[in-house]
Write a protein that binds this ligand. Structure first.
Ligand SMILES: *Cc1c(COP(=O)(O)O)cnc(C)c1O
Length: 362
């Protein structure tokens, strides 16, 4: 009915492309949160480990536990661990980012309770995104805590808010200056061999001089880097394929879909595809926003998107019920399809629903 074809050869290409951009000493964290951006985390994680990724990262503890249950043994960072799950996190041998005094204290208590020493943790600073992280002004407090030796501090990092924007970018530069100060504070005052990192995929392309000890790549592994000239070097790993359920011939003046959302201005043909809101096709599509590809030809999405279906205008295209239709992939990438839906590749890919089968090509 619907499937996402995931090509692991393309993942491999992207992995090596990113690796080649890095200094040999810089380590690569493969970000596999949100079901590997909708790609099906099990096979993606397995493949990345086989390729030699230095660590994996997820957003939440449960995602890390899923990887452990699947048998993934290497290092797994948890970017946004919730305090109530710290115990589970430790029992699964996951490495948390600590991002506030409160999270620090809670984790410290957890480690004491479980009588663990030298537990690996990462420290996240907020340098301007104003999302998760210690305020840079807390660095004295953090350094003082580090001296007490409750944990093994594996890395100190921050996250850019606009890494894909053309340089010079004033906002990114402000973040970099702040992070530079944080790094020198930590280097001066901490004995441990702590690593530093700042960049996601676009940052890797945009700031080659700032790769530091680690980089954290998600979307790049899946084939996008948020700028056409960087995208060119990568291969989108996924194609979304659907199948025509039914074809209708309709007359000029007839309407299609709920609330008579679209009116035919000539006699035409409509194909119904079994994919809708519940599968991640947002309401912004339809009404002429977005098209799918049938035998390499464009078929516009018409009418309002339904929960379980969309309708496309096929006019006289030579196609039949049961034929496959490409929603995005080779003819038109997920990024372009996302733009038609007034969104970005991240949202489109990570929002693709559970009903869609993932077909892995090894
Ligand atoms: C999701 C995430 C990344 C990956 O970003 P991409 O743009 O997908 O490469 C990196 N770092 C952090 C902290 C993240 O949350």
């Amino acid at each position: 009915m619907n499937f996402i074809e995931i090509d692991l050869k393309k993942l491999e290409h992207n992995y090596h492309t990113i690796r080649r951009l890095l200094n040999p000493e810089t380590k690569l964290i493969g970000v596999v949160k949100a079901n590997a951006y909708g790609s099906g985390v099990n096979s993606i994680a397995e493949k990345l480990v086989a390729l030699g990724i230095d660590a994996l990262a997820v957003a939440y503890t449960e995602e890390g536990i899923q990887l452990r249950n699947q048998g993934i043994k290497g290092r797994i960072l948890v970017f946004y661990p919730q305090i109530q799950n710290f115990k589970l996190l430790v029992s699964a041998d996951l490495e948390p980012a600590l991002y506030s005094k409160k999270s620090w204290r809670a984790f410290e208590k957890n480690i004491l309770d479980q009588k663990k020493t030298n537990y690996p943790v990462h420290i996240k600073y907020n340098t301007g995104l104003n999302r998760i992280g210690f305020n840079p002004a807390d660095s004295k407090w953090v350094l003082n805590e580090i001296k007490k030796g409750a944990f093994s501090i594996k890395s100190v990092y921050s996250h850019l808010g606009a890494s894909e924007e053309d340089r010079p970018n004033e906002f990114s530069e402000k973040q970099m200056v702040l992070f530079d100060e944080i790094m020198s504070d930590h280097k001066k005052n901490s004995k441990s061999e702590t690593d530093f990192h700042l960049l996601n995929t676009s940052g890797v392309f945009n700031y080659p001089e700032l790769h530091l000890d680690w980089v954290r790549c998600g979307i790049g592994l899946y084939g996008f880097a948020n700028q056409p000239q960087w995208n060119q070097k990568l291969k989108p790993i996924s194609k979304l394929i659907s199948t025509i359920t039914q074809i209708h011939s309709i007359k000029s003046g007839e309407t299609v879909g709920y609330n008579c959302g679209w009116t035919a201005h000539e006699n035409t043909r409509i194909a119904v595809l079994p994919i809708g809101h519940a599968d991640g096709i947002a309401r912004h599509y339809g009404q002429g926003n977005g098209w799918v590809s049938i035998q390499g030809e464009k078929a516009l999405i018409v009418g309002n998107i339904c929960m379980d279906m969309i309708m496309v205008e096929i006019k006289n295209l030579p196609c039949d019920e049961g034929d496959e239709v490409e929603i995005f992939g080779a003819v038109y990438t997920a990024e372009v399809f996302a733009e038609e839906g007034n969104t970005i590749s991240y949202e489109l890919l990570s929002g693709l629903g559970k009903r869609i089968e993932r077909r892995i090509i090894k």
